[in-house]
Design a protein around this ligand. Sequence first.
Ligand SMILES: CC(C)(COP(=O)(O)OP(=O)(O)OC[C@H]1O[C@@H](n2cnc3c(N)ncnc32)[C@H](O)[C@@H]1OP(=O)(O)O)[C@@H](O)C(=O)NCCC(=O)NCCS
Length: 184
Amino acid sequence: MEPVEINAGTCYLRAFRADDRLDDRPALVKAFSDPAMRRFVRAYRIETIDEAGDYIATRAREWKLNQRASWAIAEPTTGFLLGEVGLKNLHPSALSPPEAAIWVHPVTRKRGVGAAALSAAVRFGFGALELARIDYVCDEDNTASAALAARCGFTYTGTTTGVDGLPAQRWTITSGAQEAAPGR
Ligand SMILES: CC(C)(COP(=O)(O)OP(=O)(O)OC[C@H]1O[C@@H](n2cnc3c(N)ncnc32)[C@H](O)[C@@H]1OP(=O)(O)O)[C@@H](O)C(=O)NCCC(=O)NCCS
């Protein structure tokens, strides 16, 4: 797949960039130094500009391999990085169902950015990718993440095992359910 841009209203979704005109790498380093990110987004460590560059290259590769659709959540006028949202486990060989993932930059939280971006990514999953179902997995004690899932129309389905083997909450949504969600 080629990366696509999505207008999500209060923000827009675009591919990550590290070029002369827009460089997401410093904002990535700053976001990943946040304690909530270190606690709840444990699969990645980004501490240097080079590691941020590697992360951006990984996301570009995943688009090409049809594994993951991921977007930088961007401020509409400046293009500045506000967070990231994505749909993973997209390849037919994936062992787990398609799953949404998101983080929002610490300075931009609790302003509706997460709900706008996650709802837009889910709409893309159902519309463009014709997925039947999208899951969302977060730590048992990630109150903000669970509230976001509920806000976007996901239904709690029970306890699951997270990527690192810890107990986690699993949420799920189907296309029809999104139509009725307040966050859409
Ligand atoms: C989870 C996260 C993405 C939410 O993003 P956000 O932009 O702050 O979310 P929104 O402002 O769109 O809020 C969405 C809903 O969650 C609620 N919410 C947000 N933060 C909350 C918090 N700390 N405690 C309780 N509810 C919270 C909001 O009130 C809103 O619900 P409502 O519309 O019913 O009032 C953000 O807190 C984050 O990046 N956390 C660190 C990384 C992380 O945990 N990612 C998820 C990993 S599974």
